[in-house]
Design a protein around this ligand. Structure first.
Ligand code: ADP
Ligand code: ASP
Ligand code: MG
Length: 412
């Protein structure tokens, strides 16, 4: 029998009515002759609630216990969906990460999948034609036997990894939108749904803020060539639409210069004023940050006029801002800067498209368009298939809409 992995996110399993609707999608595929593994997220809002409880219990807490708590949301939905499937005559059972097992690294809270043993699920397919309902977001760190979670949005990664392990024909990611759009359809009503998007572009879009898929899930889909669709659980289960296929670049006939616009509010800016303009100074700033596992993204160093001092601006994830600041303040005597300025009300807006490889001046058009709207650009980075600009958060929607129409992405 061909195999299929179907994944349903939080809004798609938000209550029992929604779970019954999911069961109808599963029933359709079982009747079409597939052996199905369904990966489920926690009910909408549940993970946030569990995270908040951990913080309320103690701001500083054991990451292994955090994982024990936050993984529970998925256990509930997996059990409930199995019950509902059984009630409509479809053999089903729930699986938690450790039961399969899905083995992960020991990086609690953001663990990586190291391997999945698909043999037990396969045996259940063959012996009982039983649907496997898998709790997403979680696995087990084998050396310690502790539950580990895969980082927020991690059920996408569970699904793609399982599809690779089970050699599934495809992996369908069902969510609350009917595919991948040219930008977040919740902020730009003229966003267009894409029929296909390349792995590379999807990887950039996800990394640059489009939370429709977790970054790691796209990496795995690309690595293992998993045919992955993003589609809507809100479609009529008897008449579903195909959604968006994430596929190889070669499989996309019509290439745009810019395929999508993404934005991320998860940024903070730090500027060090009057840093000594001597060899080794960049290392004295960025090595300690790297050692503290703080990811630095955009970096700007101004060419000094006097060859004596310079200003260095860079961005870090908003969640690491306080830690980065404290660390740099402690290191002030060693680095030797005059003052530190920081800003958290910033956003990174990016344009992504494989067509940028062969077109010049794509980013320059954006700088002009934003300038015409009075939006100041604080920092810029570019790479082969994307460019990003750091701007004041207040201009997020204006900037995203401006770029979206500038590159001809608006729906007619
Ligand atoms: P789920 O709970 O199903 O995992 P998520 O909330 O994680 O769903 O992801 C779906 C959301 O991603 C959509 O509701 C949409 O607002 C957002 N999103 C951001 N960028 C895009 C994009 N380019 N295309 C589609 N959705 C996007
Ligand atoms: N429930 C987890 C979260 O909210 C995992 C997921 O939904 O993918 O992050
Ligand atoms: Mg998600």
């Amino acid at each position: 029998m061909p195999r299929l992995v179907m994944k349903f996110g939080g809004t798609s399993v938000a209550d029992l009515d929604r779970i019954r609707n999911v069961a109808r999608h599963v029933e359709r595929e079982v009747k079409a002759g597939y052996d199905v593994a369904v990966v489920v997220s926690a009910m909408a809002g549940k993970t946030n609630e569990l995270v908040a409880w951990c913080r309320e219990a103690s701001m500083i807490h054991d990451a292994r216990e955090y994982d024990a708590v936050v993984a529970s949301g998925e256990q509930v939905t997996a059990g409930l969906l199995a019950i509902v499937l059984q009630s409509i005559g479809i053999p089903a059972r729930s699986w938690q990460g450790w039961q399969i097992p899905i083995e992960t690294s020991g990086a609690h809270g953001s663990a990586r999948i190291l391997g999945i043993d698909g043999s037990k699920i396969s045996a259940h397919f063959e012996e009982r034609r039983e649907v496997a309902v898998v709790a997403g977001f979680q696995g087990v760190h084998a050396p310690t036997g502790r539950i580990a979670t895969l980082g927020r949005g991690g059920s996408d990664t569970s699904a793609v990894a399982l599809a690779a392990a089970l050699e599934a024909e495809r992996c369908d990611i069902y969510t609350d939108v009917d595919g991948v759009y040219t930008t977040d359809p919740r902020i730009v009503s003229k966003a267009k749904r894409l029929d296909k998007v390349s792995y590379e572009e999807m990887l950039e879009m996800a990394s640059l803020g489009a939370k429709v898929l977790q970054v790691r899930s796209v990496e795995l889909a690309m690595l293992y060539g998993v045919k992955t669709y993003v589609r809507s659980s809100f479609d009529d289960p008897t008449d579903p639409k195909p959604g968006t296929l994430i596929c190889d670049e070669e499989d996309i006939v019509e290439q745009q210069t810019v395929t999508g616009i993404a934005y991320s509010k998860d940024e903070a800016q730090i500027t060090l004023r009057r840093v000594a303009d001597t060899p080794g100074v960049a290392a004295s700033i960025f090595v300690p940050l790297a050692d503290a596992a703080i990811n630095v993204d955009m970096i700007i160093q101004v060419v000094s006029r006097d060859h004596a001092t310079t200003d260095i601006t860079f961005t870090v994830p908003a969640g690491d801002y306080a830690r980065a600041r404290t660390l740099l303040e402690e290191l002030q005597p060693k680095i030797g800067y005059e003052s530190l300025e920081g800003a958290t009300d910033v956003v990174k807006v990016s344009a992504i498209g494989v067509g940028m490889r062969s077109h010049a001046g794509v980013a320059a058009k954006a700088f002009k368009a934003l300038a015409d709207k009075g939006v100041n650009i604080r920092a810029i980075t570019t790479s082969e298939i994307k460019f990003s600009m750091l701007i004041d958060a207040a201009y997020t929607e204006l900037a995203v809409r401006t770029l979206h129409s500038l590159y001809g992405l608006d729906a007619a």
